[in-house]
Design a protein around this ligand. Sequence first.
Ligand code: NAP
Length: 241
Amino acid sequence: LWRTLTRDTAMTETILITGSNRGIGLELVHQYAAQGWQALACCRRPDQATTLNRLGEQFPNIAIYTLDVAQQDQVQQLAADLHDHPIDILFNNAGIYGPDDTVFGNTDEARWLECLHTNVIAPMQMMEAFLTHVAASKHKLIAAMSSKMGSMADNGSGGSYIYRSSKAALNAVMKSAAIDLAPRGVKVAILHPGWVQTDMGGPDAEITVAESVGRLREILGSVTPENSGTFFDIDGSTIPW
Ligand code: NAP
């Protein structure tokens, strides 16, 4: 599965995407590869990633890597394998919803911690592991897939304790990173992808993955040192915390 990254591709813009075997992550790989970017497509089980592998056959600028973001040894190994490769956009897309029925009075501590590990701690450790790669690139951008469900201001319906708290915590992490990494020229984008038709979003969701990713790409292209750390809605507006 390893595809040698040639000197030519070092001239190309590069995006690394986690959770890229399905949903929004897969479409991010598709659209960036179609734009001529080098796409480093990471997923837990490349051997089972049929659609991603098919995309990889279509686009020679896609390289597929094994990465469970919650496995720190795998994160470190990939960072070492890519040590001399600049990464223009580090896209922390992988995320889980956790148990469906997170109603009051039904706390599942183990599932909550698993969700915090995947949605909050793993993106932090990805940033730590890949900071030098990002800082060595042209665009120097780190993106995190958050959700409006992490917004206090937007919470009008309650419930979803686990998912909401994980995305709120992710926002706090990314906001601090935006401040701490600014001296190195690294920018941070906190994104809401819309309500998207994926396994997580369900079939009744409002927009397709293609539409969501098209807009996300526009937003990523608009991030500057001045608006780094913003919580972007899918139309480019700012979501109140
Ligand atoms: P999805 O279809 O459920 O896909 C989730 C992806 O994350 C899968 O590729 C999954 O891999 C991967 N993943 C989960 N845990 C992982 C881990 N430990 N290591 C590596 N990969 C892991 O969800 P989606 O709708 O595309 O969501 C992508 C992101 O957008 C998530 O962060 C989600 O919270 C956020 N989001 C989605 C919506 C929406 O409406 N869909 C709205 C707001 C925010 P496996 O196949 O191996 O499980």
